[in-house]
Ligand binder design. Structure first.
Ligand SMILES: Nc1nc2c(ncn2[C@@H]2O[C@H](COP(=O)(O)OP(=O)(O)OP(=O)(O)O)[C@@H](O)[C@H]2O)c(=O)[nH]1
Length: 425
């Protein structure tokens, strides 16, 4: 699926964080596996030689025998190609800020040089630049050996920490790992199996909330769009308007954040792009009055949808609550069932903060669904899982860029695969 590829590329910061973390967890616990397993190289040569000792010539010089090169004590096996001694582990954390992973197709965000070495370097050089303490083991992994690790308490704890660091939140991370472990403790799992299990759990949590915004037969359908400043309300309205228009719906937009001239201008630009009329009011005028006018126009024009932008000033919560309540009161004079949807737009880069925004806006308005923006370029995509787990609100769409077509329906399987770095056919 084309969008999956795009999503995976865009979500790379999140996915590579979890993916790299999973790789590190696997490699961290794999010692016993590798030691007990293949890689006979170093052993084969040395062994045969010592047997030459009992040769003939029981003459002098018995001392020469032990001297030769062999003597490969079996304990040394861990030393593969002597590339990366013990130092790289110390360097690795410095070079690798929290996010900058290895697979970085996206040039915009992290200006770090790690982006380039991506696929070109398939050699040990790349491996040794990976998670530090594993340098030695990685050399060995080159072969076709499947690395497995026993699922034990230690590993579960590492998984929990990884998911928490990926912004899934403590409760969700614990639940996810507990489910992953159920019936599997003590079993040896490969990295691929772990990714699959994790993706499966994430999909399970996300599936019930993956619902497109419902479209009702009654028109105009009024969509109130709320969210803090900068969360992406304007952009999302523009993208949604464009999609609805492309689907044959007629749309009207009301620029309800009348206190910010810049916000109104932005919305007008998006309206132009989408080919949708944008109703505005003088700066500082009553947003409810604009909403009322917009409602009249939408009804008069026979529009299918009216999208109302709102202010996002959380600093003055009481004012904002009153403002939103007034908008609702006023449009209900025209249609008692309005607004039919109240979309809360959340910025994924705020991570755990998104959770408190949902709580706050649920008190301010009757939130009916979420749109999560800026999933591109953030390592905090895991917060969606926490949101789904905690609130169960429908996620109607996700924003993965600033362009008009960078809004996609939320697909739980694609998302889970992208987040965990699971390859999908
Ligand atoms: N990368 C990325 N940027 C986004 C996305 N959605 C919105 N943005 C950017 O986020 C910034 C804020 O978006 P707006 O749509 O203006 O946010 P807003 O909530 O309307 O903000 P106010 O007008 O201040 O209330 C803009 O620079 C957008 O281009 C997204 O999905 N991905």
């Amino acid at each position: 699926m084309a969008f999956f590829t795009k999503l995976k590329e865009r979500l790379f910061k999140s996915s590579s964080k979890i993916e790299d973390g999973l790789d590190a967890i696997m490699e961290d616990g794999v010692e016993e596996e590798v030691l007990a397993a293949p890689e006979p190289r170093p052993e084969t040569r040395p062994e045969p030689e010592p047997r030459r000792e009992p040769v003939p010539e029981p003459e002098p010089e018995p001392t020469l025998e032990p001297a030769p090169d062999p003597e490969p004590s079996p304990e040394e096996i861990p030393e593969p190609p002597s590339e990366a001694p013990a130092e790289p582990p110390l360097e690795w954390p410095d070079q690798t800020p929290p996010e900058a992973p290895v697979r970085a197709p996206d040039p915009a965000p992290a200006p770090t040089p790690q982006e380039i070495p991506v696929d070109d370097v398939t050699s040990p050089a790349q491996d040794s630049a990976k998670p530090g303490l594993l340098g030695r083991l990685l050399g060995r992994k080159e072969g076709k050996t499947v690395v497995r690790r026993v699922l034990d308490d230690d590993m579960l704890e590492q998984l929990e920490e990884l998911l928490i660091s990926a912004d899934m939140g403590v409760d969700t991370a614990l639940r996810v790992t507990a489910n992953m472990a159920e019936g599997r403790m003590g079993r040896k799992l490969s990295g691929q199996e772990i990714k699959e299990l994790l993706a499966q759990e994430i999909t399970r949590i996300m599936e019930p909330v993956a619902r497109p915004m419902p479209i009702y037969p009654k028109t105009p359908q009024v969509v109130l769009v709320v969210g803090v400043n900068g969360s992406g309300k304007t952009t999302t309205i523009g993208k949604l308007a464009s999609q609805f228009k492309a689907a044959g719906k007629s749309v009207v937009i009301a620029a309800g954040d009348t206190f910010r001239a810049a916000a109104v201008e932005q919305l007008q630009i998006w309206g132009e792009r989408a080919g949708v009329p944008v109703l505005t009011a003088p700066e500082g005028s009553d947003p409810a009055s604009l909403a009322f006018d917009a409602m009249e126009k939408a009804q008069a024009d026979g529009a299918d949808l009216l999208m109302i932008d709102t202010a996002g000033r959380l600093q003055n919560r009481a004012d904002l609550m009153e403002e939103l309540a007034k908008i609702v009161r006023v449009i209900r004079k025209k249609d008692p069932g309005a607004p039919h949807n109240t979309l809360l737009v959340l910025d994924a880069t705020t991570g755990q903060n998104a959770l408190s925004q949902v709580e706050t806006f649920q008190k301010l308005a009757d939130v009916s669904g979420l749109v999560m923006t800026k999933l591109d370029g953030t390592a905090k995509g895991g917060v969606l899982v926490a949101l789904a787990d905690k609130f169960g609100l429908p996620i109607h769409a996700i924003g993965v860029g600033e362009q008009i077509d960078d809004l996609a329906p939320f697909d739980p399987e694609d998302f889970a695969a992208a987040l965990t770095g699971l390859e999908r056919g």
